[in-house]
Design a protein around this ligand. Structure first.
Ligand code: ADP
Ligand code: MG
Length: 347
């Protein structure tokens, strides 16, 4: 995509603004962002279901914007996968091949291949009404894949499945994409899905690209406070601070020994919940952030402690804690784990 924008309502709604990005051959790219940020619109423009208001879209060296969807050789799967109810699973999968005039023998072969790939061989003679939601979604994926499209587009395809199935389908989809080596763009608002499946994640907000990075990099180096507040569960804590000649003074009245490499005088200090320690005794450190425990949630894998520090709530993840609601506690963290964002919210 080269500087692709999409406006609706005579320009009043900016669905996408100057999207610049590339998807490599065989890559699994995820568009991640909150609801309404323009993910579906971007995908529909790649599919040809929507024309850009501005900019260019290329498949390899061929400009495709303005080209009808049928000429692009893309397959798209939506959240609400619509199967033909009066056709069996087999007939549903076979249909796109029939329409394209593929001879019966080759049709049988290709349908059998994708059925095996998606583990739905036993459901082939059932009607869509007789199979589970997960099997219906597998069938719609099979119907998309059977055409051997050059680009596979998926718009929140797992949203209608229950949590267990979603997990299962997540790794299935990744496996299938790997096996076929098919260039894929996957849209989701679910960061776990994005992190687990994406080779590369494109973070969108307000119709613009906020960061393009591999999952690990996105987690390790969120480029802006917006991305930092969006990634992680719970996301990074951000403390407002003032940078005075090499030390950061937090609004909470504490001085952090954080090396202030920023030229900005107003800064945000970001610390991940898992990088903060909470203790009921005053720890033997140069400084602490004193606060009051609001809630303690034992979540099995870890304990989530919400601590009020100077009017704002700080999320802390610890293996275990003696602290209970109402306790006065001290928070500490290694300054090396802190991120320093400038007045524009940039690293
Ligand atoms: P997402 O998929 O990230 O939830 P969308 O791409 O569906 O976001 O929508 C982005 C913005 O564009 C929203 O404000 C939405 O209301 C608007 N929008 C999308 N499609 C249309 C349309 N056909 N007409 C008018 N506005 C639209
Ligand atoms: Mg959408």
């Amino acid at each position: 995509m080269r500087s692709v924008s999409k406006y609706f309502d005579g320009g009043d709604t900016v669905a996408n603004y100057k999207l610049d990005m590339e998807v490599d051959d065989g890559e699994f790219v995820v568009f991640l962002g909150p609801s309404g940020c323009g993910k579906t619109t971007a995908l529909r423009m790649i599919a040809g279901l929507e024309d850009p208001s501005d900019g260019e879209i290329y498949f390899d060296d061929d400009r495709v914007d303005g080209m009808p969807p049928a000429d692009r050789n893309v397959a798209m799967v939506f959240q609400n996968y619509a199967l033909y109810p009066h056709m069996t699973v087999r007939e549903n999968i076979e249909y796109p091949l029939k329409v394209r005039g593929v001879p019966p023998e080759e049709r049988d072969e290709r349908v059998a291949q994708v059925a095996e790939l998606l583990h739905i061989e036993d459901q082939m003679d059932s009607d869509p009404g007789e199979i589970s939601g997960g099997q219906r979604q597998r069938t719609s994926l099979a119907r998309a894949i059977v055409r051997e499209p050059s680009v596979f587009l998926l718009d929140e395809p797992l949203s209608n499945l229950d949590a267990k199935l979603r997990l299962e389908m997540r790794s299935e989809l990744k496996r299938i994409q790997n096996e076929l080596g098919i260039t894929t763009v996957y849209v989701t608002h679910n960061q776990e899905e994005a992190m687990s499946m994406g080779d590369k994640i494109v973070v969108l907000n307000d119709g613009t690209i906020r960061q393009v990075a591999e999952p690990e990099e996105l987690y390790e180096r969120p480029r802006t406070t917006w991305v930092a507040k969006f990634i992680g569960s719970p996301p990074m804590n951000l403390f407002e601070g003032e940078n005075r000649g090499g030390t950061v003074h937090l609004a909470e009245g504490n001085t952090l020994p954080t090396p202030a490499e920023s030229s900005s005088s107003t800064v945000s200090v970001g610390v991940r919940p898992e990088d903060i320690d909470v203790s009921t005794d005053a720890p033997d450190t140069d400084w602490t952030l004193p606060g009051t425990v609001k809630t303690v949630e034992p979540l099995g894998e870890y304990v989530l402690v919400n601590v009020e520090v100077g009017g704002s709530v700080v999320n802390v993840k610890v293996p275990h804690t003696d602290a209970t609601a109402g306790d006065a506690v001290h928070l500490t963290f290694d300054p090396a784990d802190a991120y320093l964002y400038d007045e524009n919210g940039e690293l």
